[in-house]
Design a binder for this molecule. Structure first.
Ligand code: PEP
Length: 258
C-alpha cells in the first residue's frame, strides 16, 4: 500500500449470495465490529442487483460504498435482463466490478465488452473495479505478465487521461479464486507492479502512482496483512471471506496498518 499517493480499497464481492433481507443484519454486525474508528481505506460491498437499494440504505452511515458486480454497456433499451449505469447511479451505487473471471468464463464476457462497460461506467461517474488475471495453465507457461498486459490495455482502450485514475484494477489469478490457494505476496506484488507499469506507459507516472491496484484470490484474515504490506498492492477484492462480517472486518483492520 502507498496511502500517500493512492486510495487503499477493501472491496467485498458477495457474488450470488445473500438476499435483500439479509443485508441489514450483515451491516449491523459489521458496524458492531468496526465501530466508528477512523478507517484508512475505502470499504466497498459489491452485492447482487436486487440487494443494492437495501445495501445503499444499510451501509450509508458506516461509510461503506456499494458496488454492483456487473453492468450493461448499453445506456437503455431492448436488452432484457440487463441493468444500466444510469439505473445503478440512480440507486446510489458508486462502484461496479467489471470483467470478473466468472463473468468472462461463464457469461462470455470479452475484453471488448469489458472495455465498453468501463467506458460506460466512467461516463456515468461510476468507479469501475476491473478484474484481470491469468489461468494456471497460462502461469505455468510463463504467460502471466503478457496476458495481464493485454487485458489491462484492452480495458483502458479509449479511456481519456483525466478519467484513467478512476479505474481500479483487481489482479485476480483465476487459480486463486475460491480455491483457498492464495498467490504468494511476491507473486501478487509482481503482477500488481506490472499493472502499474502498463498504466504508466499509457498515461504517465502521475496517473500510475494514483491508480489503486487490488489483489483478489482467497484473501482472508490470515494472509491479508502480508499481502497489503506490499508496495504495489493497494487493497483487496474479497469473495468468500467477505460473506462473514467478522472476517471482512479483520481484513479492513489489516488495511489499517501503518
Ligand atoms: C472474487 O470473487 O473476486 C474472489 C477473490 O473470491 P475469493 O476471495 O473467494 O477467492
Amino acid at each position: 500500500m502507498n496511502r500517500k499517493y493512492r486510495t487503499t480499497v477493501i472491496a467485498g464481492n458477495w457474488k450470488m449470495n445473500k438476499t435483500p433481507s439479509e443485508v441489514k443484519g450483515y451491516a449491523e454486525e459489521l458496524r458492531s465490529i468496526l465501530g466508528s474508528r477512523v478507517k484508512w481505506c475505502d470499504i466497498v460491498i459489491c452485492a447482487p442487483f436486487v440487494d443494492l437499494p437495501m445495501a445503499v440504505r444499510s451501509f450509508r452511515d458506516l461509510k461503506v460504498g456499494v458496488g454492483a458486480q456487473n453492468v450493461s454497456q448499453f445506456p437503455s433499451g431492448a436488452y432484457t435482463g440487463e441493468v444500466s449505469v444510469g439505473m445503478l447511479k440512480d440507486a446510489g451505487v458508486k462502484y461496479v466490478i467489471i470483467g470478473h473471471s466468472e463473468r468472462r468464463q461463464y457469461f462470455a464476457e470479452t475484453d471488448e465488452s469489458v472495455n465498453a462497460k468501463v467506458l460506460a461506467a466512467l461516463e456515468a461517474g461510476l468507479q469501475p473495479i476491473v478484474c484481470v488475471g491469468e489461468s494456471l495453465d497460462q502461469r505455468d507457461r510463463g504467460l502471466t505478465l503478457d496476458f495481464v498486459s493485454c487485458q489491462v490495455k484492452a480495458a483502458l482502450c479509449g479511456v481519456a487521461p483525466e478519467k484513467a485514475r478512476k479505474v481500479i484494477f483487481a489482479y485476480e489469478p483465476i487459480w486463486a479464486i475460491g480455491t483457498g490457494r492464495t498467490a504468494t505476496s511476491e507473486q501478487a506484488e509482481e503482477v500488481c507492479r506490472h499493472i502499474r507499469t502498463i498504466v504508466r506507459g499509457l498515461y504517465g507516472a502521475r496517473t500510475a502512482r494514483a491508480t489503486s491496484v487490488l489483489y483478489g484470490g482467497s484473501m482472508n484474515d490470515q494472509n491479508a496483512f502480508e499481502l497489503l504490506a506490499q508496495p504495489d498492492i493497494d487493497g483487496g477484492l474479497i469473495g468468500g471471506a467477505s460473506l462473514v462480517p467478522a472476517k471482512f472486518a479483520a481484513i479492513v483492520n489489516a488495511a489499517n496498518q501503518e
